[in-house]
Design a protein around this ligand. Structure first.
Ligand SMILES: [Zn+2]
Length: 233
C-alpha cells in the first residue's frame, strides 16, 4: 500500500534530516558566520574612517581659505606706522591688529583640532587593519573546521541518500510531493499517526474536523492545525 512506502521513506529520511539539522546548528557553521560578520563590521568601520578623512581634508581646505583672509589683513598692517596721521587712523590700525590676532588664534585652534583627529583616525585605522588580519587568520582556520564538518556530514549522508534513491521509485509520487512540501516547511515528521482524536505532529485535538475521513487503517487526512498528514493506524 502507498502509505506504507512513504512511512518507510520517512523513517529513513528522518536520519538525513537530523544530519542536516545537526550541521545547521553546529559550532563550525556558527563560528564561521560570526567571523564573517566581524569582518564585515571592521570593513564598514574602515570605510567610515576613510569618509571622515575626506571631511577632514576639506576642513583643511577651509582653513586654507581663512588664511588668505588673514593675508588681506596683513597688507593693512604692513603699512608704515609713521604714515598714520591721526588717532582715528591709529585706532583703526589697532582694531585690525586685534582682528589679525583673533583670526590667527582661531585658525590655529581649527588646525590643531583637525590634526588631533587625524592622529586619532590613524591609530584607529591601524587597529582596524590589524583586527581584520587577525579575523582573516581565524577565518582560514575555521573554514577548515567547517569544511571538515561538511565532509563528515556528507559521508554519513551518502548511504542514507542511496537508500532513499532506491526507495523513491516505489513511493506514490503524490504522497512524495506532499511529503517534500512539508519537509521543506520543516514540518517533520510529515506523516503522523492519528492518535485518539489528536494529531501526533502538533498535538491538537482534531476529532471534529477529520474523524469522519479516517474510518479504515491507512486512511489519511490533513491536520487543520499544522497541515501534516495524519493517518489511521
Ligand atoms: Zn497537526
Amino acid at each position: 500500500m502507498g502509505l506504507d512506502k512513504i512511512i518507510e521513506y520517512q523513517s529513513i529520511d528522518i536520519k538525513l534530516y537530523a544530519l542536516e539539522n545537526e550541521f545547521q546548528r553546529s559550532d563550525e557553521l556558527k563560528n564561521l558566520k560570526i567571523l564573517q560578520n566581524n569582518y564585515k563590521e571592521k570593513t564598514e568601520e574602515l570605510s567610515r574612517m576613510m569618509k571622515e578623512t575626506q571631511e577632514l581634508f576639506s576642513s583643511f581646505e577651509k582653513s586654507g581659505l581663512r588664511i588668505s583672509e588673514v593675508d588681506g589683513l596683513e597688507e593693512d598692517l604692513s603699512r608704515d606706522i609713521n604714515s598714520i596721521n591721526d588717532l582715528d587712523e591709529l585706532d583703526l590700525y589697532d582694531k585690525s591688529l586685534l582682528k589679525y590676532d583673533e583670526s590667527i588664534s582661531s585658525i590655529e585652534r581649527e588646525l590643531n583640532r583637525t590634526a588631533k583627529r587625524f592622529t586619532e583616525i590613524k591609530i584607529e585605522v591601524q587597529k582596524l587593519i590589524e583586527q581584520r588580519l587577525e579575523i582573516n587568520k581565524l577565518y582560514v582556520q575555521h573554514k577548515k573546521y567547517h569544511d571538515d564538518k561538511i565532509n563528515d556530514v556528507k559521508m554519513k549522508a551518502a548511504p542514507i541518500m542511496r537508500e532513499l534513491q532506491v526507495l523513491r521509485e516505489s513511493v506514490d509520487p503524490k504522497l512524495l510531493s506532499k511529503y517534500e512540501e512539508l519537509r521543506a516547511a520543516r514540518k517533520m515528521p510529515a506523516y503522523v499517526e492519528y492518535n485518539d482524536g489528536n494529531c501526533s505532529g502538533c498535538g491538537m485535538h482534531i476529532f471534529i474536523e477529520v474523524n469522519a475521513k479516517l474510518n479504515n487503517k491507512g486512511d489519511t487526512a490533513e491536520c487543520p492545525e499544522c497541515r501534516r498528514i495524519v493517518y489511521k493506524l
